[in-house]
Write a protein that binds this ligand. Structure first.
Ligand code: SF4
Length: 477
């Protein structure tokens, strides 16, 4: 029977009783997820018990995001929720880490006086020690400064929060671009590539624990290696050549100064997926200029056209921003037409929010939120038309997928009607968490996470996800 919190903390302080239980609330992007996984691993090494349920925890760590307004609001709500649990006596301590701390530093101490510890982005070993201390009811520093920016070294072991089929692999930190809407360079610093041998060492460890897809992430992955006299294709080839049956997927490419040997690898190397996430932000040249993006709309078009011709069947994913100061309805219409013309079915669209500390913040915000939202919907409708068409064309086809989740079936009981065993998978056209999935049902009893199997597409659901069944061969294997 779990001891009451006060008794547990007293016994923990005496060095006896149950270990401190810590939960982590993760917010933000894949790069921040790697930080959450590093924090979880350091906590485990510090002897605390990691629980997935904040209600079970003595200490909760909130790993925040502060990229744009809505993300900051989400971080604020997550922090305040834990502070309410603390003031109600259900929680012993609240710790805040991540981009919100990196951006606002000690200002946060005034904003959240009841938070027990703030920690800047680091290797998190000191954070874990202080969390264990807080769990024992011992006070420590209220603020942990980072010893400096992370460099080109390898990152320590992680407690993966992704299913074993894929894992994110950070190849560099920070960004040298100065996009006028983006605060990331002020949060994560200038661009620093991790050395090839360090990224390869991390990749090998992931492959050794059964990871089948390495999803390369950075602020600007295409800048990798330029500070070491190398280029991204050198790294991608080295990772693809590692022993194993893994695949390499590249996210967060920048459309300008594109390292074209990467296209050859995506076309010719069996382990480099013919897929690229390449945020373009917009296509109208006046808007790209105002955003301080390198390259005109025509240059972006030429880059995507060449990718399409150099890598037959390539899947392109992108991200766009609507409502930037000075944007017109015609600019947004040009973007929507571009999405349809280039058949960009895998696309995220956001509306602009002025960010303190960015050069865009000084610009007159002359696009009303309703207009920005209407333009965003215009672009998303174009995307959805493209997507529905390309997904429907796969019905009846056999495609290879990577299994990310397997859910065993169960008979009818008090929890509800019987459920068939089912699985969730992805085609090579789909990156985890941002693109589409494949619903597999029924499934053979031998299907497992991390398996690549052939499936026959039987339908497309209302969100354009595929519905499929294992082929006879796959099921009988
Ligand atoms: S490339 Fe631009 S949008 Fe992307 S992280 Fe760098 S500054 Fe931000």
């Amino acid at each position: 029977m779990r001891q009451p919190r006060q008794q547990r903390r007293r016994r923990a302080a005496e060095g006896a009783g149950e270990p401190t239980r810590v939960a982590l609330v993760h917010l933000g992007c894949a790069r921040n997820l790697i930080d959450s996984e590093l924090i979880l691993a350091r906590l485990g090494e510090a002897g605390v018990l990691v629980t997935g349920d904040p209600d079970e925890a003595d200490v909760v760590v909130v790993n925040t995001c502060s990229f744009i307004g809505p993300a900051r609001e989400e971080s604020d709500q997550a922090i305040r929720a834990q502070l309410r649990a603390k003031s109600a006596g259900r929680l012993g301590a609240v710790v805040v880490a991540g981009c919100l701390v990196q951006r606002y530093r000690r200002d946060l101490v005034r904003r959240y006086p009841d938070v027990d510890l703030f920690a800047e982005i680091s290797d998190y070993s000191a954070l874990a020690q202080h969390v264990a201390q807080l769990g024992r009811g011992q006070r420590g520093p209220a603020y942990l400064e980072a010893p400096g920016l992370r460099g080109d070294g390898r990152e320590d072991g992680r407690l993966l929060a992704t299913p074993g089929s894929y894992a994110y692999l950070r190849i560099s930190h920070g960004c040298d671009h100065q996009c006028s809407f983006c605060a990331i360079p002020s949060i994560r610093g200038p661009h620093r590539s991790k050395r090839l041998e360090n990224v390869a060492a991390e990749a090998r460890e992931l492959i050794d624990v059964g990871v089948k897809e390495l999803v390369l992430v950075a602020e600007d992955s295409t800048a990798w290696g330029r500070d070491h006299g190398l280029e991204l294709p050198d790294l991608v080839e080295a990772l693809a050549e590692l022993p194993g049956d893994h695949r390499v997927r590249v996210m967060y490419a920048y459309p300008n100064r594109f390292p074209w040997r990467l296209a050859e690898l995506m076309r010719d190397h069996p382990r480099v997926l013919p897929y690229l996430d390449i945020p373009i932000q917009h296509i109208a040249t006046p808007v790209l200029r105002a955003m301080r993006r390198n390259g005109s709309g025509d240059q972006v078009r030429r880059t995507l056209e060449r990718l399409r011709s150099d890598v037959p069947g390539i899947t392109l994913r992108t991200t766009v921003l609507l409502g930037f100061p000075g944007e017109t309805d015609a600019d947004a219409a040009e973007l929507a037409q571009f999405v349809e013309e280039f058949e960009l079915g895998r696309l995220g669209a956001f509306t602009y929010s002025p960010e303190e500390g960015t050069s865009g913040f000084e610009l007159e915000h002359d696009v009303a939120p309703e207009a920005a939202e209407a333009r965003r919907m215009l672009v998303l409708e174009a995307r959805d038309r493209v997507l529905a068409k390309s997904q429907k064309a796969l019905v009846g086809e056999t495609v290879e997928v990577l299994v990310d989740e397997v859910h065993p079936g169960r008979p009818a009981d008090r929890r509800g009607p019987a459920q068939e065993a089912r699985a969730v998978a992805r085609t090579d056209r789909d990156a985890p968490e941002v693109d589409l999935i494949v619903h597999l049902s029924p499934i053979s009893g031998r299907l497992a996470v991390g398996q690549r199997v052939e499936v026959r597409v039987t339908a497309v659901d209302e969100e354009s996800n595929l519905v499929a069944e294992e082929t006879q061969e796959a099921a009988s294997r």
